[in-house]
Design a binder for this molecule. Structure first.
Ligand code: P6P
Length: 336
């Protein structure tokens, strides 16, 4: 039996397709691969060691930082600093970006934005969680210190993006602008193997993912859309099924494979929505579009939004193209 291709083999074989094919992006993706293995190991034994519970401090979002959040943040930043391709990292867990401003890194070409452990509230209850990463080529002069401008780039400038989903199995799914491929981890061998080549999101689906507990806070257009998907109409396969894990990476991954839409809209509780543009919405939007799906803020393409701050939040509609377009029509007609 021929073993499927490993992630390492795939990266090397396809680096000719990477923009600025210099091998550096391959090295960068390999450092993310290694960090994912280390975080995966800790998550898999999280219930066994005293690494759970509150870290006793808060992140910039004002949320209690779980110890695994802090651990994952340190692992990914250490892995990215260990090689020479990255000159700075911005992370959900750190208020400001981290500049790698030693002589070796100041000539590096890339910056990385990362949500090291998304869905952390699920850690204690053994529900799947994820890491999301976004990679840009710096825009300021190589050799000069990295600046905020290097991080505040619109999503369509990304050179690569991906996520790790730590679920019933651990997977890395990523794109470099030439389609989307998924790799499943074999813990017995310690390698990721190509398991989901050329992922494409069904152009429509029957799953919607939203926290309906916030219904009273939603814009009228979202309320009307929810009532629409819940109506009985066998011809259009309604009512759709509601599936909401409370972990963006897991909900997005399921909807990408089966078809569906994930929505985190603006509301009175979250005036701009909850999800962060730079290290949650943009990377998954890049993947969604590369898999023939769509991602918007309800009116505009997510990857066209010009970021103004590292941790800014935006309303988020992502998944099957026709479902996102359908939801956008309700917002246009009834208010966003
Ligand atoms: P709520 C996790 O904190 C997260 O950022 C996403 O992973 C998830 O989809 C969302 O927030 C859940 O938020 O308000 O529904 O609990």
């Amino acid at each position: 039996m021929k073993l499927p291709q490993t992630l390492g083999e795939y990266i090397i074989e396809n680096q000719k397709d990477f923009p600025y094919a210099s091998g550096e992006l391959s090295q960068l993706l390999s450092s993310i691969r290694i960090a994912a293995k280390v975080v995966n190991r800790e998550i898999n034994k999280a219930g066994l060691v005293d690494i759970l519970g509150q870290a006793g401090n808060e992140n910039v979002q004002g949320e209690d930082q779980m110890k695994l959040d802090v651990f994952a943040d340190e692992v990914f930043i250490r892995a990215l600093r260990a090689r020479g391709e990255v000159c700075g990292v911005a992370s959900e867990e750190n208020e400001d970006y981290i500049a790698f401003d030693d002589p070796i890194h100041s000539t590096s070409k890339y910056v990385v934005l990362i949500d090291p452990l998304d869905g952390s509230s699920n850690i204690d209850v053994n529900v799947s969680i994820g890491t999301i990463f976004s990679i840009y080529r710096r825009v300021t002069d190589i050799g000069s210190p990295v600046t905020l401008e290097d991080f505040l780039q619109p999503g369509h400038q990304q050179v690569a993006a991906g996520y790790v989903v730590y679920g019933s199995s651990t997977m890395i799914v990523y794109t470099t602008g030439n389609g989307v491929n998924g790799f499943t981890f074999d813990p017995g061998i310690g390698s990721f193997y190509l398991s989901h080549p050329n992922i494409s999101i069904p152009e429509s689906g029957k799953i919607y993912s939203i926290n309906e507990g916030n219904y009273v806070h939603f814009p009228e257009g979202v309320k009307k859309y929810l009532k629409y998907v819940q109506e009985l109409d066998p011809e259009t396969h309604r009512p759709y099924s509601s599936r909401y894990i409370g972990s963006l990476v897991s909900d997005f991954h399921r909807n990408m494979l089966k078809g569906g839409i994930y929505i985190y809209p603006r509301g009175t509780k979250a005036p701009n929505g909850k999800l962060r543009l730079l290290y949650e919405c943009n990377p998954l939007a890049f993947i969604a579009e590369q898999a023939n799906g769509k991602a918007s803020d309800g009116t505009q393409r997510i990857m066209d939004l010009q970021p103004t701050e590292l941790h800014q939040r935006v309303p988020y509609f992502i998944g099957s193209r026709k479902m996102v377009e359908e939801a956008e029509r309700f917002l246009k007609e009834h208010g966003e």
